[in-house]
Design a protein around this ligand. Structure first.
Ligand code: PLP
Length: 437
């Protein structure tokens, strides 16, 4: 590869772990992006984390902007979260019977996101979106769904569909193992293209159970919604009797306390959550209009269940994290620092003559190595991936861990200080200069 791992950073211990991991686990990882295929080279193995920092098996320290891909909004190993999990573990780790903590967390979630009149906990974002779509289909009696190019909703079969060319393209399976018969039911449109959505609804009137989207996209890099896009989706779905599902697994508690729906003033029918809601433990949730949610078992006929759902350790971690967010309201400060970071990274590009664009909402942010504006997945695909790989590794060498892909959002935590940000901008400038060579 073109990656130069020479330099002060030691990698022998991570390399040896990766070798062992590859013998026993496909690609050496339990989730593909961790293998660094998007940037080349080998992943580091984490040994511990605290606040804004990660340390790897070789003792290298990194300022972390991945933050477990979003959950760690208070930084790593926040004392209140660690204490809550420790206390909960003393009382037992799973019961298969309800607990007060599930009621408390559900009520707290509804306080943050009032459109979630009823809340059901699951164990991951994937489970949340799969369940929400099943519910939408069960509630409407319709089979088709509409999603957007470059939006990721976890690895449920119905979501592993990419758009073909044209506006109202029937889905093509993105992954072997997904039956083509099922993929056909997933329609796709370009993000931020309201006309395409209108055309699809004209062609399939009364047949689309739901529109699901990332209201601010993080899985194609950071793509904000155009003015009027989200309101347009609300209008179109309502007129057709289709449900609008905001997948706020990433944006929830991130772009605003009440997620994108608060920030943009939209009331979706259903919402999916994950990441921040679990404080770093495995949790997802879906919820929304009571009359829809009451179609779920045991009240209604739409089946969904889970041995570990509402797990007491996960509930304790989520409660501790959300209570701090509620009581300390770090949002204005998080937003200010995130803007400083993005402005600094863009200024590096301007100084060095590298075309860059980027933005942020709350503590979710992204930068493309492409002249903006980047509004769609197609725009994002035009960014300079080869330069990104060099930039990523240059930053890593200098102790800054950005997402190992040109098409992922970054995050910030309350543990990231202004000094961390200054340090990051300065190291990123050096990494960008080297990436030019
Ligand atoms: N939805 C969105 C918007 C996500 O970003 C993700 C994960 O990155 C998911 C769903 C899937 O969540 P999980 O990885 O917890 O299954």
């Amino acid at each position: 590869t073109d990656i130069n791992n020479a330099g002060p950073r030691q990698t022998a211990a991570s390399s040896e772990l990766f070798r062992r991991a590859c013998e026993i686990t496909p690609g050496g990882v339990n989730s593909p992006v961790r293998a660094f295929r998007g940037v080349g080279g080998e992943p580091f193995f984490v040994s511990r984390a605290q606040g804004s920092r990660l340390w790897d098996a070789d003792g290298n320290e990194y300022i972390d902007y991945v933050l477990s891909w979003g959950p760690m909004i208070l930084g790593h190993a926040h004392p209140a979260v660690v204490q809550a999990v420790t206390d909960a573990a003393q009382r037992g780790t799973s019961y298969g019977a309800p607990t007060e903590s599930e009621v408390q967390l559900a009520e707290l979630v509804r306080d943050f996101v009032p459109s979630m009149q009823r809340v059901r906990f699951v164990n991951s974002g994937t489970e949340a979106t799969m369940s929400a779509v099943r519910l939408a289909r069960g509630f409407t009696g319709r089979d088709m769904i509409l999603k957007f190019e470059g939006n990721y909703h976890g690895h449920g079969d119905s979501f592993l569909v990419k758009a073909g060319s044209g506006v109202a393209t029937l889905g093509l399976p993105n992954s072997p193992g997904v039956p083509a018969e099922l993929s056909k039911l997933t329609l796709t449109a370009p993000y931020n293209d309201l006309e395409a959505v209108e055309e699809i609804f004209r062609a399939h009137a009364g047949k689309i159970a739901c529109v699901i989207l990332e209201p601010v996209v993080g899985n194609a890099g950071f793509l904000p919604p155009d003015d009027g896009f989200l309101h347009g989706l609300r209008r179109i779905t309502e007129a057709d009797g289709s449900l609008l599902i905001f997948d706020e697994v990433m944006t929830g508690f991130r772009v605003a306390p009440g997620g994108a729906q608060e920030r943009f003033g939209i009331v979706p029918d259903l919402t999916t959550l994950g990441k921040v809601i679990g404080g770093g433990l495995p949790v997802g949730a879906y919820g929304g209009r009571a009359d829809i949610m009451d179609h779920i078992a045991p009240v209604g006929p739409v089946y969904q269940a889970g041995t570990l759902s509402g797990n007491p350790l996960a509930m304790a971690a989520g409660l501790a994290q959300l209570r701090i967010l509620r009581d300390e309201n770090p949002y204005p400060e998080l937003e200010r620092r995130t803007r400083r970071l993005v402005a600094g990274l863009l200024a590096n590009g301007a100084e060095l003559g590298v075309p860059m664009s980027g933005g942020s909402y709350g503590s979710m942010w992204g930068v493309f190595l492409a002249a903006g504006p980047v509004r769609t997945f197609a725009d994002a695909s035009g960014s300079d991936v080869a330069m990104f790989r060099r930039f990523f590794h240059g930053a890593l060498q200098r102790g800054v861990f950005f997402a190992p892909s040109a098409f992922e959002a970054g995050f910030l935590s309350t543990a990231h200080t202004d000094q961390d940000i200054d340090e990051t901008i300065s190291r990123a400038r050096d990494a960008l200069r080297d990436a030019l060579a």
